[in-house]
Design a protein around this ligand. Sequence first.
Ligand SMILES: *Cc1c(COP(=O)(O)O)cnc(C)c1O
Length: 426
Amino acid sequence: MSAREAASRILGAVDESGRHYRDSLPMIASENILSPLVRRACDSDLHGRYAEGLPGKRYYQGCDDFDTIEEIGIASAQRVFGCHFANIQSTSGTVSNMAGLKALAKPGDTITAVSTADGGHISHARMGAVGLRGLNLVTYPWVESRMEPDIDAAAALIRETEPNVALFGQSVFLFPTPLEELAEAAHEVGAKVMYDAAHVLGLIAGGQFQDPLREGADVMTGSSHKTFPGPQGGFLLSDSDDPKFQRRLNSAIFPGVCSSYHLHHVAGKAVALAEFEEFGSDYAKDIIANARALGAALAAEGFEVMAEERGYTASHQVLTRHGEADSGAGRDAATLLEEAGIITNMNMLPGDTKAMSPSGLRLGVPELTRVGMRPDEMQDVARFFARALLSEEDPKTVRTDVTEFKSGFQTVHYCFESGPAYPGLA
Ligand SMILES: *Cc1c(COP(=O)(O)O)cnc(C)c1O
């Protein structure tokens, strides 16, 4: 293949990927799509620029207009997340966590967190940011049936371990963390409390999940592209009004873990924040209503949906079990669903020990909600799952019907100028 041909094949695959998502039901819980105005900011000249430092305190010339953008974005983030401090520069949720851990702990310190087996993120693990910072990790006792920390046992563990940081939040995140009691235990022993809202940030900002900064979190981190519907990136947030602590957080981002911080995405985040101020609470409500409806509809089709006794979910996620623990049934289901035009990911459930052959699926509805689907459509979606996985219909037939169904949902909602959800594709 010539270099020229390589470039053209890459661009061909870029378009093909766009068409794949356009014609499918994208149900990866961490994914979302951009509004037309956010897309415009992201596809601007800013993508090649630098602005190290903070508005008004730059190391480069040429930043005046970007100062305007970042200042408006910070003020908007303070309103949206209800906090005194917001840094909107982080290039991802993982980078936000690295910065949070840099600000709150030093090598050799101890951290308590949710284990990856129970839904914690890799950045909470020794192989990720926690290990990179050289921290000793102790994980919380977990109640599998409720999919949350064992409150009494976790509080006792915090009091006994006396960590420097108590970290909360997960990637598999069905229900709010019982944060108040756990944060109280952490503060009693002098620990800082960090809440990783990567997945649920849009639900929190929309006032529909929990309010960590009011429930004891000293720092909240998050991704800007999961339930918060912006471009890929992160936030570092705190309600502290202590200038010294705020400086520590800012310098953990730059020069701590970022140099260039992707100005086009910061501009996109600032537009997404403005749109969120107007539409965020409706969006968050509709996401949760859809997730609950999907859980109930899948159960009615005969699937094993986790946490039935708790109403399946209080977030944007639904978990389903497709066979015995460690059987790989989740992987098989995800493969078959993709053939049928439904994009999901396999996930470990209670009892699973192998990440590559788990029994479950993690499903998310943020994107389906954003293209205009409501609880009625969740019934249709559940029907497609049943046709693909339970009735052994040819996945190609299901896929044709999925694409036809999806063709009615091609517009981005919850934004100032609605437009095509998957633009620029032939
Ligand atoms: C997705 C996720 C992250 C990482 O976010 P990126 O933006 O993908 O780096 C961090 N923490 C949790 C709990 C997550 O689920």
